[in-house]
Design a protein around this ligand. Structure first.
Ligand code: IVH
Length: 674
């Protein structure tokens, strides 16, 4: 192959991967493999400058924006950064730029984490957020303003602090990176796995997908965060011309900036910071793939110009890659508390970034089939922070024919019952309510932090108690006796006392925690408190019809059905009876009787302003007690607006839509059916 042909081939390949990464949010090769292709192209083009074209990926950044969003041109192109892989590369960079600078300049630097998220460009006019765009191809991005508005960390007005006297340019464009913190990513996946939904591959692609939702309410549900690191345009006002002060200024305006940014007086300090981050990498709660080293004096930095599309005034010091290949030896199937069968990879142990990795998640069986992962394959494994490592994909070129395809299980590996796959879901379930694996997982969940929070109850405790026949369901936790526990291996007097004290204390947890702890599908913390707020007690929830449940704001048909099915199950009814006998909190004390009056059945209310004799919550409770529904916002579906003192925009909207407006007295008359 001639260099020209290879260059052509590399460009096609690179463009394809850029498209997969930036537009589809679904890369099929690792960052390291991408870098290798890119560097090969760069090197070939350096040898044959006559073959460089303006359309080569080395001359452009990113990939074309998608068609689903309006396109917006960035005020200044989003460029990329030169890479350094160690201290030596960094010093070489300093020598190169030194040749372009007067002899005696003394440079200082700002070191920022290189966040592995998505670049966003936020535009403010007269202090108001007017436009938010993705990176796109670096020149033209996508207008995702409505989605970005749902992020709490994106200031809607600056300065955020209303008391601030800080001057703000009339036109200000800020750049930053949107990402999902690693702990939030874990939580999200735990919830999804429990609900039988497909779990997400990695934080970056999840953040990208979340930001590019066509429905902003979907974006709002995801734990997206923002850190800002630059001002790329300003008119009608001055901005600091030194990076460190610029970051401080951004922060004063109310933009979130990374708490890990450092000012460094020389390159020695820069290198020390870089090494420090590498050693602390596992404790940083977001994905960082390196350190961005910037010349603090922006005038000097800008005066240095560019090499290709890389500015000379900054450089990215990459961290060692955390992707490696190893052999997939076997597949283990775990069963979650809702019965979801989760495939887990058993790997030939391999060290990745100082940790020996033996297991990795394989998401679900659909994913295994889609990627055609086989037992015996060499697979690419990626580790980010303390998140469980995952398999990026198989290295198909390394196959020798001995690999075995993976068949989805037909039976539960723990209880042997046959499994089911529900229509429209990727998860495979074991539906046997007395499956031991499920029971142990349910007990673990019941005692966990977000549920009954029994900290003295460890994971092994659940397994041990089950094996010894001391628990058959979660309610048995409350009938454990000291003398039985003392018989268990490793359970001394003190340990047993601690366990029993912890169990006793958990009886005080409020009803919504107990409801969460029951582990009903789709009923996590948030849904549980919605339900308890609306209906006041677990007993009312248990007897509510599916329609009544669906009337509650935030409860959809799927959740309502799942609740209904759970409480109708005989085994679950026994558990409830036993929990009641243990005197746990089933009620908030303000129960709502569904069998009571139904004078408001089928009517939707919105409450606004201050009512004369009751709080809005009390009014909402009363409306629910009479069979009505309360919604948070006025729409065509609203039947009545209950307006009190100082009612504002909702009153205006209701008037505009011609909705009947009543006061507290009017509401009482309706309830009394007068
Ligand atoms: S400054 C001329 N600072 O890295 C480009 N970039 O490879 C100046 N990034 O497009 C970029 N964290 O997506 C800068 N603290 C940081 C960054 C950062 C992440 C990303 C950004 C940029 C890419 C450059």
């Amino acid at each position: 192959m001639t260099p020209e042909e290879r260059i052509q081939q590399l460009r096609i390949e690179i463009n394809h991967h850029l498209y997969r990464y930036h537009v589809l949010d679904s890369p099929i090769i690792s960052d390291a493999e991408y870098d290798a292709l890119y560097h090969e192209l760069q090197a070939l083009e350096a040898e044959h400058p006559e073959l460089v074209t303006p359309n080569s990926p080395t001359q452009r950044a990113g990939a074309p924006p998608s068609d689903a969003f309006r396109k917006v041109a960035h005020p200044t192109p989003i460029l990329s950064l030169m890479n350094a892989f160690d201290a030596e590369d960094l010093l070489a960079w300093r020598t190169r730029i030194g040749r372009l600078l007067p002899e005696e300049v003394d440079l200082d630097y700002v070191v920022e984490p290189k966040l592995d998220g998505l670049t966003v460009v936020l535009t403010y006019r007269e202090g108001r957020f007017v436009l938010g765009a993705t990176r796109g191809n670096g020149i033209v991005g996508e207008d995702v303003t409505v989605n970005l508005r749902t992020l709490r960390s994106v200031p809607k007005r600056i300065p955020v602090n209303p008391g601030s006297t800080l001057a703000v340019p009339d036109y200000l464009v800020v750049r930053g990176e949107v990402f999902i913190p690693l702990d939030k990513f874990e939580e999200l996946n735990t919830e999804r796995a429990a609900a039988g939904e497909a779990i997400y591959m990695n934080p970056r692609n999840t953040a990208a997908g979340s930001l590019r939702q066509l429905d902003p309410s979907k974006t709002a549900e995801r734990p997206l965060r923002l850190y800002c690191y630059d001002i790329v345009a300003a008119e009608g006002g001055a901005i600091p011309m030194n990076q460190w002060e610029r970051l401080a200024y951004l922060q004063e305006l109310g933009f979130p900036v990374s708490p890990d940014n450092r000012q460094c007086r020389d390159l020695e300090t820069v290198i020390a910071t870089y090494n420090d981050w590498i050693s602390r990498r596992d404790r940083i709660n977001y994905e960082v793939d390196g350190a961005v080293v910037k010349i603090n004096d922006r005038q000097i930095a800008d005066s240095l110009g560019f090499v290709g599309k890389d500015p000379r005034g900054a450089i990215a010091m990459k961290f060692p890659a955390r992707e490696k290949t190893t052999r997939l030896i076997d597949l283990q199937v775990n069963v979650g508390r809702t019965g979801v069968l989760a495939p887990n990879a058993v790997l030939e142990p391999i060290e990745i970034g100082g940790v020996i990795v033996r297991n990795a998640t394989l998401h679900n069986f659909d994913e295994i089939a889609r990627k055609d992962i086989r037992i015996g394959d060499r697979v690419l494994v990626k580790r980010a922070g303390d998140v469980i490592p995952y398999i990026v994909g198989p290295i198909t070129e390394a196959r020798d024919g001995s690999e075995r395809p993976i068949e989805p299980p037909t039976h539960c590996p723990f209880c042997g019952e046959s499994v089911v796959q529900l229509p429209g879901e990727v998860a495979i379930y074991c539906e046997n309510a007395s499956c031991p694996a499920q029971l142990i997982r349910r007990v673990e969940y019941f005692v966990s932090r977000g549920a009954m929070d029994i900290t003295t109850f460890g994971t092994q405790t659940a397994e041990l108690l089950y094996q010894k026949g001391l628990i058959h369901d979660v309610a048995d936790i409350y009938t454990l006796r000291k003398e039985d526990l003392l018989e268990l291996e490793g359970f001394k007097d003190k340990k047993v006392d601690n366990l029993l004290t912890g169990i006793e204390a958990s009886k005080e947890r409020p009803a919504d925690r107990l409801l969460t702890a029951l582990g009903i599908r789709f009923v996590g913390n948030v849904v549980a408190s919605l339900l308890i707020q609306a209906l006041g007690s677990i007993d009312v929830i248990a007897t509510a019809s599916q329609e009544e449940l669906e009337q509650i704001d935030g409860i959809g048909p799927q959740t309502a059905l799942s609740i209904k099915v759970w409480f109708e199950n005989e085994h679950n009814q026994t558990v409830i009876a036993k929990l009641r006998a243990a005197s746990l909190n089933f009620s908030t004390g303000r129960e709502i009787s569904l069998s009571g009056s139904s004078t408001l059945r089928g009517l939707t209310f919105v409450i606004t302003g201050t009512l004369p004799t009751m709080s809005r919550d009390e009014a909402a409770t009363l409306i629910a007690q009479h069979g009505g529904k309360v919604s948070g916002s006025v729409s065509k579906k609203t039947d009545y607006l209950v307006a009190g003192e100082a009612a504002g925009s909702k009153l205006a909207k209701a008037t505009e839509l011609g909705i009947t407006i009543i006061d507290e007295a009017g509401l009482k008359r309706l309830m009394a059916d007068e």
